[in-house]
Structure formats: C-alpha cells, structure tokens
Design a binder for this molecule. Structure first.
Ligand code: ADP
Length: 462
C-alpha cells in the first residue's frame, strides 16, 4: 500500500529532528561533562588547599600544641566531602587521623565514592590517591598533612544530581522538539493533502458525469492552486462541450425536421392526388432536399477534418492568389447582394494544403457575405511576416455579440439561431476553419462589434 502524503512528510521531518536532537544532545552532554570535570578538578584542588590552609592555623607555636578540637572539625568536614585527612607534626608523628577516628565512616564514604564513580564514570578508572602537603607557619615547617581522595576527580551526590537534571532537561527538549515536529509535519501535510484529496474527489465526480461540481475557495499553495484552477477549467470545458453536444442533437434534429416535414407533406399531398405535381412544387421539394444534403455534407466535411488523420498535402501556396480565386468563385453571390469586395495586400507564400486553405477562405468569405447586408463592404488582406503568412477578411455586416464571440468556432454554434436558420447555416463553417488552421499549426481569431462588422484573421506558419 502506498503511503499518504502525511506519512511521507512527517516521517522524514521527524527523522531529521530526531537525528539533530540526538546529535545536539550527545555533543552538548559530552562537552558539558568535559567542562564539568574540569570544574570539579579545580574545585577539588581548591578544597585541598583550603584544608591545608585551615590546618596550618591550628598549631600554637608558643605552646607547641595542636588545636585538636578544630582539627577534628576540619577533618570531619573534609571526610564528609570525600577527603581522608591525616595530620603529622614536624617529627612526622601522627596528630590526627580520620581513619583512626572513625574507620567505619571512612570506609563507608570511600565505598560510596568508589561505587558512584564506577557506575557513573567507569571510563575514568580512578582510585584513591594520597597527596602530602607541607604545613608552614610564618615560613617555618610545622608538620604535614596527607589528603587521600579519589583521583583524578570524583563526583559527590550533588554533582550527580546536577548532571542528571541537565540530562533530563536535554532529553525533555529533544522529546518536545520531536513531538512538535511530528505535529507540525502532520499539520503541514494536512494542509497539502486536503486540497489534493478534494481535487481527486472532484475529478472523480467529473468523470462520473457531475460536471457542475467545482472546487470552491482556493488552496494556500501556489502549485495546488494551479491544480485546482486546472481542474475547474477542465470542468468548465467539459460542461461547455456537454452543453454543445446537447445543443447539437437538438439543432440537428430541428434542422432536419422542418425541411423533412415540408417535403414529406408536399409529396404526400401529391401522392394522394390533392396537389398537382407541378414543376414549381417539385422544384421546392428538390431545394429542401438539397438543403438537407448540404447539412449532411457539412457534417461529413467536419467529421473528415476533425478526424485525427487529417492528411495535409503541404505545398507552397500564395495566399493572395488563393484569395483572388476564392473571391472569383463567390462572384455570383457577391453580385446578388451588391457587395463591394476588395482583395489587397502582397504576395505571401506559405507551405499549406491548397484545397484546405481554399476551404478556409471560402467559409470565411461566404460567412462575410452571408452576414453583410446588401451594398456592404468586404476587404480581404494578405500579408507576410518573417515567420508566417497572415490573411484577414473584414466586413461591415451585422457583427457578433460579445458573449457569442468566444464560442463561434465551436461546432453548431450560431450567434442567433432563429436568424441563422433563414440564412441556412448550421454553425459548422467556422469549426471546419478552426480544425484546418490548427492542423496547419496556425491560429484563427475573430474580432467583432455587434452592428458594426467583423474581422477574422488567420495566421499560418510559413
Ligand atoms: P454558419 O453556418 O451558421 O454560418 P459558422 O460556423 O460559419 O456557421 O459561423 C458560426 C456563427 O458565427 C454564425 O452563425 C454567425 O452567427 C457567426 N458569424 C460567423 N461569421 C460572421 C460574420 N462575418 N459576421 C457576423 N457573424 C458571423
């Protein structure tokens, strides 16, 4: 099973934090221990010096007596701190000895220190060592003191407690960082995963046919926002396609029903002898049938250009020459409507399929004539740029309403359905234009102002 984004994010984050925290913990523990040892060693050195200084004052040179009570106090304090003190006079005669005084306590304290050091600092491998210090008074030797302590250093109960607390704090910080990172990773992942899950759900809904669904609001990440926008855009286009498809069925049905019904009723009347089959009536039937054939032919042509294997016979063609030919072919229609047509511009050779581009120009020019009233004007212009050939057809006809402009290249789209039925168009001409131009790697655009006229521009790569 694949892991979710939450696990994918939180596990590496937690791992990184775990490694850094352990590393920081280990290093700080190590360096703090080193510094602490250093401190303890210095501290113990000072302590020994203190004992020596203290004891050297407990000798009365006048009487030659030692202040045994004080010495006892100093020695016992030192013993509790882990120092076994022995005091000798200048003749090296033992004056005071902690071991003599309280052997049991000495053993107990030394044992505790040894145990503590063996369990806490097994690597130190120390032991009790004896150091001897001379005692002087006003520069005169008055005896010596021997101090036995665990070397090179030892830890007392408070030191151990201090180090334990420190480690506890370090561990606490580490664990909090770890938990914090897992929570932060989880939240972060949720923030990313939520819109993805939602988008996946929406995509599935769309696939199941619920085209009205959209991602409301926005994701807080740029890339996710783009994904959401793409899904919404996909839903929009699918919905548009779906609407067009529905409209196509109604349009085709409508388009066929009226002429078929007319033809059927006329022929029925003639078959039943109600109508004389006059030439005029037969002619009108013939025209209707022609119209239906025209629509079917349009549909076939569209299917042909839209099929994936639209094969282009690309050869150099001069767009201006083609424009003149097309204008010539539609001369009859132009005269009927008394339209003024000008073909302008310069020769412009592109590599294209002559028949297909003729079709494009024919469709555009016949549209221009269809949607331009009598005595109107049409201008066909061809021009060349460095990389492409451009031709445009401009009329001063009825124009296209703004809201229809983005849709006119869609199949069966007609700006004004009732009006167009009279003109005979089924909304296929521009779809064919777009298919052919796109197959050539070109682009077709329309500009129009309703009531003023339209301009179609085709750009074909050379
Ligand atoms: P049709 O067969 O209906 O002309 P097209 O695909 O050629 O189909 O055109 C689609 C629609 O675009 C037309 O129904 C019309 O409303 C609009 N249109 C196309 N060319 C022009 C033009 N030159 N002037 C005004 N409207 C136009």
């Amino acid at each position: 099973m694949k892991r979710g984004i939450r696990a994918q994010l939180s596990i590496p984050i937690a791992l990184i934090v775990l490694i850094s925290v352990s590393l920081i913990g280990f290093l700080s523990n190590h360096f703090i221990s080193l510094a602490f040892e250093d401190y303890v060693i210095k501290q113990q050195e000072t302590k020994s010096q203190d004992i020596v200084a203290n004891l050297s004052q407990q000798y009365n040179r006048l009487t030659g007596e030692w202040e045994i009570d004080y010495i006892h106090g100093v020695g016992m304090y030192a013993l509790y701190d882990g120092y076994v003190v022995k005091l000798y006079d200048r003749n090296d005669k033992l004056v005071w000895d902690a071991e003599n005084h309280d052997m049991g306590l000495c053993r107990q304290i030394m044992g505790e220190i040894t145990d503590r050091m063996e369990s806490r600092r097994p690597d130190v491998k120390g032991g009790f060592v004896e150091h001897s210090y001379d005692l002087n008074q006003n520069g005169q030797y008055i005896g010596r003191v021997s101090i036995t302590a665990y070397g090179p250093y030892f830890l007392i109960e408070n030191d151990v407690r201090f180090l334990d607390t420190l480690n506890l704090i370090l561990a606490g910080i580490g664990i909090s960082a770890l938990i914090g990172s897992i929570i932060a990773g989880g939240l972060l992942a949720r923030r990313i995963a939520r819109p993805i899950t939602k988008t996946a759900h929406i995509a599935k809904e769309i696939a199941d046919g619920n085209l009205g669904i959209r991602f409301e609001g926005s994701a807080q990440t740029r890339e996710l926002d783009e994904l959401v926008a793409a899904i919404n855009y996909m839903a929009d286009s699918l919905e548009n396609q779906e609407n067009l498809r529905k409209r196509l069925t109604t349009d085709v049905a409508h388009e066929l029903r009226t002429p078929l019904a007319a033809v059927a009723s006329h022929i029925e009347a003639m078959v039943e002898g109600l109508w004389e089959p006059t030439r005029k009536r037969l002619q009108s039937c013939y025209e209707e049938i022609n119209r239906i054939s025209g629509l079917v032919a349009d549909l076939e042509r569209l299917a042909a250009v839209e099929s994936d294997n639209l094969k282009l016979q690309k050869l150099p063609v001069d767009l201006q020459e083609l424009a003149c030919d097309v204008a010539g072919n539609l001369e009859m229609k132009r005269r009927e409507k008394k339209i003024q047509l000008r073909v302008e511009g310069s020769a412009c050779v592109v590599s294209a399929d002559r028949d297909r581009i003729t079709q494009v120009m024919t469709n555009l020019l016949s549209n221009a004539m269809k949607y331009t009233p009598e005595n109107g004007h049409i201008r066909m212009v061809t021009e060349a740029s460095d990389t492409s050939g451009i031709f445009s057809i401009e009329d001063d006809g009825i124009g296209i309403p703004k809201e229809d402009l983005p849709l006119i290249f869609e199949r069966f789209y007609r700006a004004d359905k009732s009006r167009n039925r009279k003109t005979g168009g089924a909304g296929i001409g521009l779809a064919i234009v777009k298919s052919i131009v796109t197959a050539h790697g070109g682009k077709v655009t329309a500009e129009s102002v309703a009531g003023k006229g339209s301009k179609f521009t085709v750009v074909l790569p050379k």
